[in-house]
Design a protein around this ligand. Structure first.
Ligand SMILES: Cc1cc2nc3c(=O)[nH]c(=O)nc-3n(C[C@H](O)[C@H](O)[C@H](O)COP(=O)(O)OP(=O)(O)OC[C@H]3O[C@@H](n4cnc5c(N)ncnc54)[C@H](O)[C@@H]3O)c2cc1C
Ligand code: FES
Length: 260
């Protein structure tokens, strides 16, 4: 089999696909939270790579990505079939760290964020709580996989079409109340406003954790500074710039600058 060869690419639910690449070196090294930068098709007009979180890996050398079709690159990816080859760069970026001993891990996912945090859940020594949020039922993905991994799963949708009506951050506040006095460790991945709201809650409650700041990317390897985000730093302003692709995407909560 060729490196980057697609071995499966199937519809998960409308607009969402699960693609499996043969990439044994990436599979062997990948850590939860890292991403691959994919040139959708070797030699195609999609010259710019697209970043995708590594959803999972397997001993057979496969790297799985779960993606939503949002534009031309992902539309083309959805058309590819087993045997087609993409060029994958990775694993890239920083990763989530395991929860500290005795802490209950709480995964807070918005949209495709639940794809990004699944490998973390699967590799964790303890099962945790997965809070999965989306605009509506159509964007809730993989909740069954979190349940199968032993997590307590709570879903929230903005329009109430699935689970509780409201933002996933309200679920985070609910969990904090329910587990008052216990040690919690939060992980987050999702749209920027959701992450900033989650970061505010975590800082208000002095809760530890790590958030993945996914940002539009160009080179993906730290060379172009096209993906900078503000992070808290010991500077007169209180912040500095960091590259989401190389210094992140996973940042400790202490480094999250709320005015991003
Ligand atoms: C580190 C990282 C991990 C990611 N992991 C996943 C994943 O696991 N699954 C998944 O479906 N997507 C993921 N994304 C987003 C994915 O990279 C984009 O959806 C993809 O590049 C869009 O390519 P396109 O050519 O189809 O769309 P384009 O034509 O490039 O863009 C279409 C629309 O999508 C928006 N868009 C593009 N990139 C992003 C982004 N990073 N965040 C929010 N909106 C964006 C554009 O602004 C535009 O509105 C990740 C992004 C990053 C930075
Ligand atoms: S995308 Fe080039 S430095 Fe991050």
């Amino acid at each position: 089999m060729r490196i980057g060869e697609i071995t499966a690419n199937s519809l998960l639910k409308p607009d969402y696909y699960r693609v499996k690449f043969y990439a044994p070196e990436i599979a062997a090294k990948a850590k939860p939270g890292q991403f691959v930068h994919v040139r959708i098709e070797e030699g195609s007009s999609h010259i710019l790579r697209r970043p995708f979180s590594i959803h999972d890996t397997a001993p057979d050398g496969s790297v799985t990505v779960v993606y939503k079709v949002v534009g031309s690159g992902t539309r083309r990816l959805a058309e590819l079939r087993p045997g087609d080859v993409c060029d994958l760069l990775g694993p890239l970026g920083t990763s989530y760290t395991p929860p500290p001993a005795g802490a209950v891990p709480v995964m807070v996912a918005g949209g495709y964020g639940s794809a990004a945090m699944y490998m973390l859940t699967r590799r964790m020594p303890v099962t945790g709580i997965a809070l999965i949020g989306a605009r509506s039922e159509a964007d809730v993905i993989l909740e069954d996989r979190y349940r199968a991994a032993g997590c307590r799963v709570i879903v929230a949708t903005n329009d109430g079409s699935m689970g509780e009506k409201g933002f996933v951050t309200a679920l985070a506040e609910q969990v904090i109340r329910e587990h008052a006095g216990e040690k919690l460790f939060f992980y987050g991945c999702g749209p920027h406003p959701m992450l900033m709201a989650l970061a505010k809650i975590m800082k208000d409650h002095a809760l530890p954790g790590e958030l993945s700041l996914d940002h539009l990317m160009c080179c993906g390897v730290g060379a172009c500074f096209g993906c900078v985000v503000k992070v808290a730093a010991d500077t007169p302003e209180g912040w500095t710039y960091a590259r989401a692709c190389k210094d992140g995407p996973v940042f400790d909560i202490s480094r999250i600058w709320l005015e991003n």
